[in-house]
Design a protein. Structure first.
Length: 421
């Protein structure tokens, strides 16, 4: 089906196509986590909210309006249907913000107040929807209007009240939701991606107020005998579309941002462990087998495990005296305590690798047991310290000249160190 034909002329594709596409993409993006954590009411609520928002733009498209009216056999039946979706969306947004900010957590008194508020919000919006359908049943709206129903029936009994009530309910809900989000944005200690998502939501609900202002101004103009219909037929749909895109972005951004940040940290950690991995891989003669199906998390875990196992194999050859002298040498070269500790650890590992190779050459194979090393008590603390700082050790291995300078001082005779001092 041709998209612009579906949306109808002269409406541009962007008015309805973009919000529908963005909302659908946001729903698809959130769907795996919703299914995986189905018991979480907030995740279900986000999914339902995005679905309702998508339904608004689908049923508000002029061809779908005509189809709905034709199928039901009632002229303008699509009007209370779309308005019901709109009021339900506003109510669900307000409920979600109250719950998301801590309605189900925290102090029991606060939670009780939040649950009471949520009940009133749900009852109030449900009541508005019932009133809308009652007024539509009483009104005489026999002329089908696909684009300008609000202004065409602005002075028609019961339809006039219907239009005013849905606009007031929509405005009140958006104002309350915006205020909740604005106050939350200024809360200290928020995750950076959550704050960005909330800002996008705040702008989205502010854009919804532009929709209300445009519609309301056009309706009031009709009451006073003026014609400002383009505000209702052109500006209001564009504002609603922009609001939908911003709201969808606001709900997706915290999850997507956290996901991307975690992936970046995982890949960064994997790369930072590369120098130490290459060192112990060359020393042991084996490495981690590559797998195309392995996730980044699994690859990082396998690399960390391999390095830790290799250090355990080397632990019997760790020399605490070499590490102490290397640390003092690094401090003498002007390194800070953390940098000096990493350099000392790197020197200790290199010395252990060489000592391990020498012991293998001098010991019969039958006396070697690399798979079950017995770690001396004196090396246990040093091994624990090395295992906790493998990333820092790996990073200093990228500076071989610095390591060689420290190693030369650490392994030099005691007299040389005194001369250096």
């Amino acid at each position: 089906m041709n998209l612009s034909g579906f949306l109808g002329e002269p409406y541009p594709v962007l008015v309805f196509g973009t919000p529908i596409a963005v909302l659908t993409a946001a729903l698809v993006f959130k769907l795996p986590s919703i299914v995986r954590l189905w018991r979480d009411p907030l995740r279900r609520a986000v999914g339902g909210l995005l679905l309702i928002a998508c339904g608004i733009f689908v049923f508000a498209a002029p061809p779908v309006i005509a189809w709905t009216n034709r199928v039901t056999g009632v002229p303008n039946f699509a009007a209370p249907l779309v308005y019901s979706f709109l009021v339900a969306f506003c109510g669900a947004s307000l409920l979600l913000m109250i719950a998301w900010r801590g309605g189900y957590a925290g102090e029991s008194e606060r939670s009780a107040r939040a649950r009471c508020t949520m009940r009133w919000v749900a009852v109030g919006h449900a009541g508005v929807i019932v009133v809308l359908w009652a007024l539509f049943g009483l009104a005489d709206a026999s002329v089908e209007r696909r684009r300008d129903l609000d202004t065409y029936y602005a002075r028609t009994p019961y339809m006039r009240e219907l239009i005013v009530i849905y606009l007031l309910a929509h405005t009140a809900s958006c104002v309350l939701t915006y205020r909740l989000i604005r106050d939350w944005v200024h809360t200290a200690g928020l995750d950076v991606w959550l704050r960005r998502g909330l800002k996008s939501l705040a702008v989205g609900y502010a854009a919804n107020l532009v929709f209300d202002a445009a519609k309301g101004t056009a309706v009031v103009a009709r009451w006073t005998g003026h014609d400002l219909d383009p505000l209702s037929t052109e500006l209001a749909p564009a504002a609603a579309g922009a609001a939908a895109v911003l709201i969808a972005t606001g709900f997706v951004l915290p999850h997507a941002g956290q996901y991307l940040r975690d992936r970046r940290q995982i890949r960064r950690g994997y790369r930072r462990l590369g120098p130490l991995y290459e060192l112990v891989r060359a020393a042991t003669g084996k490495g981690v087998p590559f797998s195309l199906r392995a996730t980044p998390e699994l690859r990082l875990t396998r690399r960390e495990t391999f390095i830790r196992d290799a250090l355990l194999q080397l632990s019997r050859h760790f020399d605490e005296e070499v590490r102490r002298r290397a640390y003092e040498a690094a401090l003498g070269l002007g390194c800070g305590p953390e940098r000096a500790g990493a350099l000392a650890a790197a020197v200790t590992i290199q010395e252990a690798i060489e000592a391990r190779g020498a012991s293998r050459l001098s010991s019969p194979p039958s006396l070697q047991s690399p798979h079950c090393p017995q770690v001396p008590d004196r090396a246990t603390d040093l091994l624990t310290e090395l295992l906790q700082g493998i990333e820092a050790v790996s990073q200093v291995l990228s500076h071989p000249d610095e390591i060689e300078a420290v190693r030369a001082l650490a392994t030099a005779p005691a007299e040389s160190l005194h001369v250096y001092e």
